[in-house]
Ligand binder design. Sequence first.
Ligand code: ADP
Ligand code: ASP
Ligand code: MG
Length: 475
Amino acid sequence: MQKTLVMKFGGTSVGSVDALKNVTQIIRDSKKDWERVVVVTSAVSGVTNLLLDSAASASQGKIDLLTQTESTLREKHFAAANMLIKEEAALEAVKAEINALIFSLIDLCKAIAVLGEASPRALDAVASLGERMSVRLLAAILSDAGMESRAIESAEFIVTNAHFQNAHPDFRITTERTRAVMNPILDKGIIPIVTGFIGATPEGIVTTLGRGGSDYSAAIIGRVLPADDVWIWTDVDGVMTTDPRIVKEAVTLPEISYGEIAELAFFGAKVLHPKTIRPVVDAGIGLRICNTFNPSHPGTRLTSNGDGRVKAHTPEKVVKAVTAIRKQRLVTIEGRGMLGIPGVAARAFGTVASTGTSVPLITQASSEQSICFAVPSEVAPTIVSALEKSFAYEIEDEDIDRVWATDDVSIVTVVGSGMRHTPGVAGRVFSQLGLNDVNVLAIAQGSSEVSISLVVDSADTENAVKALHELIVAS
Ligand code: ADP
Ligand code: ASP
Ligand code: MG
């Protein structure tokens, strides 16, 4: 019997009666092999978006759709509850708890409408309601199925800074509190059903860890308990050669290295939140991605040298996966006088950092006559004006000619640790794109040489991913 397993279920995994039946069986089976099982769950699929849309409408004074939202939320949770909880009193109790959370959404949205704005703090209070509902639903379903379980709010023990919507945990306090809350429950053999996505400041104000952050919650809990393994249950058979929604021929990678998955996740593969990897690698915890809808499939195992089994020196196997991030823009600072000004890059990135934006990709021509980097489209206008302000003197003196942003572009990334040893990968990538009429606007190679990223026009995204995926399939 192994010791501690943390399993995280995503939104679709708790989003229907059939999915919840599978989840119940998966948890039951896990108890045969694992002494202590912790379950982390996301909100039911679609709920977080619905909550945040309600807050956004409320901030514009629109609350007329709230009654509709109220009934959608009831429908999403009660349909499964009615089907899967036989005991009348337990069913009524869980419905009452979920109803109370729906009422707090209404109260929050009304308050937002009165204020005419939704602060990041208010948005976190709203967004956290989804997981607070789903844990109650799942715990009640498991109890009804005869497994002793308890809904737990991670705000009790995941302590974060006050960076609302993208909060960072304080691992020291989180370790103490998580053990204090969880160990007594686990020692009794009870299965804690914990909210993903949520933390709280030391003062107890609810924060969230960023969209898709339930994976990260599982990694944090796994790290601090500590667990032996963290398994991420989702709606595909593990990490695949690319997003199967774009390329239906995508296949599952039985194993992948931490370095490779880190690049894939960072560059847009939604299957794993990029922050998930570090806490588990640091603590030597096993990570597995598997499919709630196909539980007998082994999924993907993360290994410290996932490249060990591929023929790293054969060019065909070098590219292992392809991914894309959409809705980016390239910001360029350009001017022939830039050559003489010291510290332009430092000042430029300092300015970008002061807007709270991180930059996924940088390219610089060696002439130093321009600096070019990608940022998410929605922040591009803010960044361009911040840069124009920072470089106002240089622009006036015509050392800098202009600061501008392109239309929407995508960053397409090929990943594979075999690249490090294989010459000519970039060439193959370029010619493949050329053959498929995809124009490359910029390029950057990851410092670890595990990835190459190319910037393409947003209209070319699918073509680029499909074309590059052929490099893997051809092998
Ligand atoms: P969950 O709700 O379980 O967290 P997500 O929607 O966040 O699930 O992530 C799973 C989705 O990630 C898949 O349905 C798939 O469309 C997408 N995806 C993107 N890139 C990949 C990839 N390389 N491998 C597998 N899935 C991917
Ligand atoms: N429910 C949150 C979201 O939709 C967190 C998650 O699903 O991981 O972003
Ligand atoms: Mg996810």
